[in-house]
Design a protein around this ligand. Structure first.
Ligand SMILES: Cc1ncc(COP(=O)(O)O)c(C=O)c1O
Length: 366
């Protein structure tokens, strides 16, 4: 074993001893309360058929063949991006290979040296990784804490200020107070950028997201919509101005230095978007199921959290599995120490019987 491997192994053993070792598991044949396929679209035959129809109206190419700037800019890209910009009411859209690479590209390239990004402390790793690559200053504000955000905004700053947050937080499931954040941004002359990953398809008119639901499309300067969660597909788009789009094409390294997504993947996302925006029934079922699980009407979303009463949550996860349910224990470093939780993702296609059984099981572990 090399010296490096010995050192790496020591770290892994330490992680295992702390009960935090991540491992890849084969798929479990259990009732799934862990995936982000909130509307249950990922296996829908109608979407598969629609995707084939869209794909067949373009020349067939198996893969991206090259980066978008070299040979991968298949004609479906421009058409889908135009559709997305129109759907979300923004000047332009730019597709990225994933939400991770969209956030990496946006936060690493758009804020310039001398600018600052003030971001919610629970922002997704992809936002924080982008900021680590950025030349701009970055400062977190306490999760959803408007007073702390305003304290940050009051601090003198010569360059541009960008406030970054998510619509629905991926590990907590709560919503960002976007209306108030937008008000503060106006007061202090800041831009607001919102990652809509867990809101796309779920809230807003025809699933346009939280920005749309709060009628803030004109106020929010940039949104990231991902295709891999409620849309059940893969990829992401940045919705913003033409200038920001052109800047990303020129400077976002996660856009430039990678092979374009295959056209079939765009056809899948386009089909899922088309279906999702035209069908309310999944959203209605989803929110009926959320209500059944959470017994709360207001502001509750598909991501529900079970924190337990100091129980070992890995054991709770195993107990759920023995009863046929899969919901994942989220442990540090994904969440801070002391904030371990079982993350329960409610879906439109869960049966009420399964939701009630899971609820009962969780209660019995308390
Ligand atoms: C808030 C948020 N943004 C971005 C991403 C990354 O998106 P993708 O899975 O498409 O890379 C995720 C996924 O976990 C997320 O939860």
């Amino acid at each position: 074993m090399s010296k490096l491997d010995t050192e790496l192994e020591r770290k892994l053993v330490q992680r295992q001893e702390e009960n935090r070792l991540r491992t890849l598991m084969p798929p479990k044949n259990l009732i799934d309360f862990s995936s982000n396929d909130y509307l249950g679209l990922s296996e829908l035959k109608e979407i598969q058929d629609l995707s084939s129809k869209i794909a067949s109206s373009y020349p067939f190419v198996l893969g991206g063949k090259g980066s978008r700037l070299i040979s991968g800019n298949h004609s479906i890209y421009g058409d889908f991006e135009e559709w997305l910009a129109h759907f979300h009411g923004k000047e332009s859209a730019l597709v990225f290979n994933s939400g991770y690479s969209a956030n990496l590209g946006v936060f690493a390239s758009l804020p310039q040296k001398g600018d600052r990004v003030i971001y919610d402390s629970l922002s997704h790793a992809s936002i924080r990784d982008g900021l680590r690559l950025s030349l701009a200053g970055s400062f977190s504000f306490k999760h959803n804490d408007l007073n702390h955000l305003e304290d940050r905004l009051k601090q003198d700053w010569k360059g541009n200020t960008i406030i970054a947050t998510e619509s629905i937080f991926s590990m907590h499931g709560d919503r960002s107070p976007l209306k108030e954040i937008s008000g503060l941004a106006k007061k202090y002359g800041a831009e607001v950028w919102v990652d809509e990953a867990h809101a796309t398809g779920i809230i807003g008119n025809a699933g346009r997201g939280l920005v749309d639901e709060l009628d803030l499309s004109q106020e929010i300067d940039l949104c990231i919509h991902t295709f891999g969660k409620a849309l059940g597909a893969h990829g992401a788009a940045v919705l913003s101005s033409n200038i920001k789009r052109n800047f990303l094409i020129n400077y976002a390294r996660s856009f430039i230095y990678t092979t374009a997504l295959p056209p079939s993947s765009l056809a899948d996302s386009w089909a899922a978007y088309t279906y999702m925006s035209g069908s309310e029934k999944e959203r209605l079922s989803l929110f009926a199921n959320v209500e059944l699980f959470s017994e709360a009407k207001n502001n509750s979303g598909p991501i529900q959290v079970f924190s337990g009463n100091g129980q070992n949550l890995s054991r709770v996860q195993s107990a759920l599995e023995e009863s046929g349910f899969y919901a994942k224990a989220i442990l540090p470093p994904t969440v801070p120490l002391g904030e371990e939780r079982i993350r329960i993702c409610i879906r439109a296609n869960h049966s009420p019987k399964h939701i009630l059984s899971l609820k009962k099981l969780l209660k019995s572990t308390n």
